[in-house]
Design a protein. Structure first.
Length: 157
C-alpha cells in the first residue's frame, strides 16, 4: 500500500514547470511544421493540462490567433468561465502586448515563458500582467530560442 503512494508523490513531483514547458515546446514544434511562427502554449489547472495551442495566424488569416489567445479561449471554455485564477500558462516565447492584455483580463495566476522577446515582448512595451500574476521565465530557453531561429533562417532562404 505504501509503494503506490510514494509513486504518486514522485509522479506529481515530476509535473513541474519544466515538464509543462516541454508540452508547450511540443506545440511550438507543431506550429513550425505547419509553417507558423513556432510558438506553443499550454494552460494548466490542478496539475492537469486544460488547453493546448500553437500559433494559427497564417492558417486562420488572423493576426490575433496567437498561441496564448487560443489557449486562453480554450481554457475558459473548459472551465466554463472567463477568469483563469489558479491556472498557469506555459508559453515558448514571451507574450506580446496584445496577449499580455488578454492575460491581464483573464486574471491568470502564473505565466511561465521560455524565450525572451526583447523587440516584441510585452515588457519591451511597458505592458504588464495582472498585479497578482506570478511570472517565471528562462525554462527551456535554449530549445525554444533555437526553434525560432531555425524557423526564421528557413524563411529567409
Amino acid at each position: 500500500m505504501r509503494g503506490p503512494l510514494i509513486y504518486i508523490k514522485d509522479l506529481i513531483a515530476e509535473l513541474d514547470d519544466t515538464y509543462f514547458m516541454r508540452k508547450a515546446y511540443e506545440q511550438a514544434q507543431i506550429a513550425f511544421e505547419l509553417g507558423e511562427v513556432p510558438v506553443g502554449a499550454v494552460i494548466v489547472s490542478k496539475q492537469q493540462i486544460i488547453a493546448r495551442s500553437h500559433n494559427l495566424t497564417e492558417r486562420l488569416n488572423d493576426v490575433t490567433a496567437h498561441a496564448e489567445m487560443q489557449a486562453i479561449t480554450s481554457a475558459a471554455n473548459f472551465l466554463g468561465g472567463k477568469y483563469l485564477k489558479n491556472c498557469t500558462l506555459y508559453v515558448s516565447l514571451e507574450p506580446c502586448q496584445m496577449c499580455a492584455g488578454a492575460l491581464y483580463w483573464s486574471q491568470i495566476s502564473k505565466v511561465v515563458f521560455a524565450a525572451e522577446d526583447h523587440k516584441r515582448g510585452y515588457r519591451a512595451f511597458g505592458a504588464s500582467l495582472h498585479p497578482k500574476t506570478q511570472v517565471v521565465y528562462g525554462i527551456l530557453q535554449e530549445e525554444c530560442s533555437s526553434l525560432l531561429k531555425e524557423f526564421f533562417k528557413e524563411k529567409r532562404k
